[in-house]
Design a protein around this ligand. Structure first.
Ligand code: ATP
Length: 238
């Protein structure tokens, strides 16, 4: 991260599911113009980190400051309103509503992205605007989930495994879209198992293991850290 206070500053984050202690003092920063990838094996705590930041876990400790304001202890709607938008792993779109309805109900006037702007960014969705969300292909659903999150007007977009289960050609389209969003100045925190996607989109990478960040560095450092990467990742494209 280069200079200035981070947009997101997570320090000593602990989280529990019931009595299971899942995050063990995780620390992480995302700068104001940065995209950071969270990597790690299945069960390392990546989704739990996202959920904790969004106020979706009742039992958390530590600190997570977003734009200088503490997130922990605030309810999910207040966190979303403050500009943290999550694209969840299972996409969270309304299956019975059309594409357009999904966007219109999410849209906030304060967002710099409108449904009309979404048609230009996501031409495939424009063609399907009257189709129910549940009838879309996996790739189209992922695009809709991202478009919905943009309607909320995020200052930081959280994406949980956006390329999971998608065909390589769709993954390429999604990477192009994420790179466009990044070029437009939107910071992102991305959970991703596909290392090629991380390299193509993220500025920095953090490897999680057993609920802690055990390595963090930029893309050049990641390339030089082959041993750490192979020990701690379930690799799809090494
Ligand atoms: N709802 C839950 N109740 C209890 N334990 C959970 C729950 N969800 C996740 N866990 C446990 O928390 C740990 C971390 O899970 P998490 O989903 O954060 O991992 P992850 O790094 O995102 O991996 P994955 O790629 O499998 O989603 C795992 O041991 C998992 O079994």
């Amino acid at each position: 991260m280069n200079g200035g206070a981070p947009l997101l500053d997570v320090a000593g984050l602990h989280a529990w599911y019931g009595k299971s202690h899942i995050l063990h003092g995780l620390s992480l920063e995302v700068g104001a113009a940065e995209t950071v990838a969270l990597l790690g094996r299945n069960g390392a705590g990546k989704t739990t980190t996202m959920r904790a930041l969004c106020g979706l876990l009742p039992s958390v400790r530590g600190s997570a400051r977003f734009g200088g304001t503490e997130l922990l202890g605030r309810p999910p709607h207040a966190i979303a309103r403050s500009g943290l938008s999550l694209v969840p792993e299972h996409r969270g779109i309304f299956a019975s509503l059309t594409v357009e309805e999904n966007l219109r109900i999410a849209h906030r006037r304060s967002s710099r992205w409108s449904p009309e702007a979404a048609w230009a960014m996501f031409p495939a969705l424009a063609d399907r605007r009257r189709t129910p969300g549940g009838k879309l292909s996996g790739g189209e659903q992922q695009m809709l989930a991202i478009a919905r999150a943009l309607m909320l007007g995020p200052r930081l977009l959280l994406l949980d495994e956006p390329t999971e289960g998608l065909a390589p050609v769709i993954v390429e389209r999604l990477v192009a879209l994420l790179r466009n969003l990044k070029a437009g100045g939107l910071p992102m925190l991305l959970v991703e198992q596909n290392l090629d996607v991380c390299r193509a989109v993220a500025d920095r990478h953090a490897i999680l293991d057993e609920g802690r960040v055990i390595w963090a560095g930029d893309t050049a450092a990641l390339a030089a850290a082959g041993g750490v990467v192979s020990r701690h990742l379930t690799l799809e494209h090494a």
